[in-house]
Design a protein around this ligand. Structure first.
Ligand code: SDX
Length: 431
């Protein structure tokens, strides 16, 4: 690309303003507007932040037009096939792939922090049995700040490190116990002789009454799902964590805020909504009806698992997830899964429909993940908790990057005010 101009000129009335342009190592240039209000007395306006870079970062790069996702420069398809979740955690947290020794030390650190403070289980007993696991996770993770006071000082690098490891290590236990509580089964404690994904599956599906052997194929598929959801640039929940952290709030409170944001069906809640939609469709012959609804401006229905704010091409994670879905369901002997059949027919029908092509709506990460998770035995209510578990390392990595940034200041957007101008109070007898 030709050398980018070093500044942009903005003309307002008779005045012109030079705005610096910063060039990235990859992706679009950015126009620096930090001084615009001070110079010109105007705000920029960008609801939903479709054209706004909120920060600089070195962690994840997305090219939405090309369907590229890089974590510290490594393509997601290579990480999904050649790496594993805890190695990807190390990469996201520290910027480089670990040596064998570094990886062993990191995995040992995480493994030895998977237990919760014994009193935390009483939080679970305060919820109704039918509480959504995301409601439980939001509450329990926020409550961690009431238990782990020795890792809440964000200005202490060691405490930041301890909080990071605690969150990554304990999320599988928190999520698994939310599931166990919802089905009325006893909590299963983590085991140090199991890898991260196997530990999670065992805590979810084992019962004290008998031994439980983790299926290595399912464990590998679970680990791959964790990896595919680990981080994704400045998405809504990551931006929530950054904004909450900008006030100096402790890491547990900020991650709880991220979990709450992820829960929405437009974001991480889409995997649950997608599977429920596929079940509602029920059979391929009803697909045209639902595609018509998705295209109908007067119908709020959207195809869940389709579309993305950034990807205007295939979500590279969906491609890997689709391969994994085929493998897992074949290995489980459920390749004739009717939900998977509807998913594949729906994807083909939507991609052949001009509406979706014109609007660049492709399957996203949530489209196939639910099919795999259901085949593995999870209820739909556990899909987003698994997304939250996976994304914790992304939130933490972005949080650490922001806290260490000397430019870090409290995030405080302004507004385009369209309300009443000043007016005097009217006594009630005169209204
Ligand atoms: C995640 O940001 C991230 O990185 C998120 C994520 C991550 O890893 O953190 O990737 C995870 O959240 C994936 C997205 C999961 N959400 C869904 O699958 C829900 C269904 N998708 C949509 O709600 C929507 O596509 C969004 C929310 C994902 C993106 O919405 P945008 O970018 O704000 O786009 P938009 O709502 O402005 O839609 C643009 C047009 C609209 O039509 P017009 O008004 O231009 O006529 O496309 C249409 C929309 O109606 N459209 C859809 C659609 N998504 C958008 N029409 C039918 N079905 C859909 N799914």
């Amino acid at each position: 690309m030709a050398d980018a101009p070093k500044s942009a000129t903005l003309t307002i009335g008779d005045d012109t303003y030079d705005l610096p342009i910063h060039s990235p190592t990859a992706g679009p240039d950015v126009v620096d507007i930090r001084k615009l209000y001070g110079q010109a007395g105007v705000f920029t306006y960008d609801p939903g932040f479709t054209s706004t870079a909120s920060c600089d970062s070195t962690i994840t790069f997305i090219d939405g037009a090309e369907g590229v996702l890089l974590h510290r420069g490594y393509p997601i398809d290579q990480l999904a096939s050649k790496s594993h979740y805890l190695e990807v955690c190390y990469l996201l947290l520290y910027g480089e792939l670990p040596s064998a020794k570094q990886l062993e030390e990191f995995e040992s650190l995480v493994t030895n922090h998977t237990m919760l403070h014994e009193q935390m289980q009483y939080f679970y007993r305060g919820f109704r049995r039918d509480a959504h696991p995301m409601a439980i996770m939001t509450g329990v993770v926020g409550a961690m700040s009431a238990f782990y006071h020795d890792s809440t000082d964000i200005h202490d690098e060691h405490q930041r490190e301890v909080a990071s490891i605690r969150l990554i290590a304990k999320m599988p236990t928190i999520a698994a116990w939310a599931y166990k509580f919802s089905i009325g089964q006893p909590f299963i404690y983590p085991r140090n002789d199991l890898d991260y994904a196997s530990n999670f599956l065992r805590m979810c599906f084992a019962v004290p009454a008998e031994d439980y052997e983790v299926n290595p194929i399912l464990s590998r598929a679970m680990d791959r799902i964790f990896t595919l959801h680990a981080d994704h640039e400045q998405n809504a929940s990551t931006s929530t964590v950054r904004l909450a952290s900008s006030s100096g709030a402790n890491p547990f409170a900020c991650i709880a805020a991220g979990i709450a944001c992820l829960w929405g069906p437009a974001h991480g809640g889409a995997n649950q909504a997608c599977l429920e939609m596929l079940k509602e469709i029920g059979s391929p012959d009803r697909i045209p009806e639902f595609i018509a609804r998705a295209k109908d401006k007067n119908d709020p229905f959207r195809l869940m698992g389709f579309g993305h704010r950034v990807y205007k091409n295939f979500d590279p994670r969906a491609t890997v997830m689709k391969q994994s879905a085929d493998e897992v369901l074949e290995l489980l002997g459920v390749e004739n899964n009717p939900v998977l059949a509807v998913a594949k027919e729906l994807e083909a029908a939507a991609l052949a429909d001009p509406y979706f092509a014109e609007k660049k709506l492709f399957p996203n990460v949530d489209f196939y993940s639910g099919v795999i998770l259901e085949a593995m035995g999870f209820p739909t209510s556990m899909f987003t908790p698994i997304f939250a578990l996976s994304r914790t390392v992304g939130w933490i990595s972005q949080w650490k990057e922001m806290i260490a940034d000397p430019q870090n200041k409290i995030g405080r957007p302004r507004q385009l005010y369209l309300g009443e101008t000043a007016r005097d109070y009217v006594d009630i007898e005169n209204r």
